[in-house]
Ligand binder design. Sequence first.
Ligand code: GRF
Length: 217
Amino acid sequence: MAKKRVAVLISGRGSNMVALIEAAKTPAFPAEIALVISNRPDAAGLAHARGAGIATAIIDHAAHGKEREAFERAMQAVLEGSRIDLVCLAGFMRLLTPWFVGRWAGRMLNIHPALLPAFKGLDTHERALAAGVKIHGASVHFVVPEMDSGPIIAQGAVPVRADDTPQTLAARVLEVEHRIYPLALGLVAADRVRIAGGRCLIDGAYDSEAALIVPEI
Ligand code: GRF
């Protein structure tokens, strides 16, 4: 099977993008990172992508004024021009319209630093600590028009420690993010994920361990 051509959309640091680039270096990985798009010209991740020899594009949302769809049409043109099969949002800080999301239904993934459906939105680590949850983590899901929703592909759990600060918790969640994103992309790119009744089946099973990272406590 030909490798799926993946575009990673970033807005900043790009550490999840790096994790995907590293995973895709494995010959057996079913996807190649063909393109990195940033909506911010100053995104730190761009330099890494260029250094890795990956094509990059800057599509500055600010240059498209308030017209969200004009910005998205520009992105869509670049994605189509690069014959992209799958899109991975990785710290991409723009809300996407139903039009764009619809173009990529079942082909666009996002990573969120919490165990969805808990703690959608921003400041997830602060909110997890304030809520007193014992288990926090990260989720990779298909993108639907509603923010941080959509069928969950993979999750990783992170036990909360008594002395955690938002920063220490974020650091451990980020390590898990860097493991579950390549895991989820690999499953999707290998056509092992099917959506049924709003849930993801992997190799036909709902309870596949292939999409879980659960530490020993
Ligand atoms: C990650 O925590 C990701 O889950 C969230 O934004 C952060 C991006 O980090 N959506 P990076 O740019 O991948 O380092």
